[in-house]
Design a protein around this ligand. Structure first.
Ligand code: YH5
Length: 259
């Protein structure tokens, strides 16, 4: 899964058409490099990021979803917590709803159910703005597992069957470095929930903190984690560096297919 940010701060001020063009070219390059999903996000989840109105989020994301759907052969994932964005992007050709809030916003369960699309449920406590204030767990993997299990039950009650669900431990969301490392180490415990796992660690601060690297120097750490996540059975890797990650996965597959 290649990451495509369409928040305005990820582009220099080039006007709308050029932004759409840049986004399409970026998506195209990720597909050429081997991405089979493109995750389109219009809301920054960085701590301190300005809240984006549903209309603003829709205006950022919808044209990009429509454009990618028209131009490329790839599954479009929409990184959103906003019911109206789920409904409208589904109509425009999105194939997956990726919600870091696990459909906890008012109306999100019903909106996701109405689309009939698969959904990715991610673990996070609190909101992006306050999640890193003082995260605390007795047993992070158990608590993440219990949370995801509870969200699956809420989905079932809303008419989203288990077969339509992908689960995500939520690396970097309401977790310290030690929480992230422990959760990563024990990721296999989440297979007990019976659903495919998505892992997103690309360029995140858990790599920066473990290796003392700024964001521009986290590729190798991220590739190590991508390899380890694959070996631990993760089925979708959400990454910025698609070509490099595809090499990692292909290399593992080559070994796996040997006698
Ligand atoms: C995720 O893990 N993450 S947005 C900070 C970074 C680098 C990357 C400072 N959406 C996930 O990617 N959706 C995001 O360096 C996600 N799983 C799912 N399912 C945060 C992000 C990032 C933040």
């Amino acid at each position: 899964m290649g990451i495509l940010n369409v928040t305005p701060d990820s582009f220099s001020d080039g006007g709308r058409y050029s932004q759409r063009d840049v986004a399409l070219r970026h998506a195209e390059a990720m597909v050429a490099a081997g991405a089979t999903l493109i995750d389109v996000g219009g809301e920054s989840t960085r701590p301190g990021a300005r809240a984006v109105s549903p209309l603003e989020e829709l205006e950022r994301v919808a044209p990009i979803v429509e454009l990618i759907n028209r131009e490329l052969d790839v599954v479009i994932s929409v990184d959103t917590s906003t019911p109206a964005v789920m409904r409208e992007t589904a109509r425009l050709g999105a194939g997956l709803i990726n919600d870091v809030r696990s459909l906890r916003r008012d109306g999100a369960l019903d909106a996701a159910a109405a689309t009939g699309l698969p959904v990715c449920l991610m673990h996070m406590l609190g909101e992006p703005g306050d999640m890193q204030d003082n995260p605390h767990y007795q047993d992070v993997t158990r608590e993440v597992s219990d949370f995801l299990s509870e969200r699956m039950a809420q989905c079932a009650a809303a008419g989203i069957p288990a077969e339509r669900i992908i689960l995500d431990p939520g690396f970097g969301f309401a977790k310290t470095l030690q929480h992230n490392l422990s959760l990563f180490k024990h990721m296999e415990d989440l297979h007990a929930l019976g659903r495919p796992l998505l892992v997103g660690v690309s360029r995140k601060s858990m790599i920066g903190q473990a290796l003392n690297r700024p964001v521009g120097e986290r590729l190798h750490g991220g590739l190590a984690l991508a390899a380890l996540a694959s070996v631990k059975g993760a089925r979708i890797l959400r990454v910025h560096d698609v070509a490099e990650t595809v090499d990692v996965v292909r290399m593992l597959a080559a070994v796996e297919s040997a006698e």
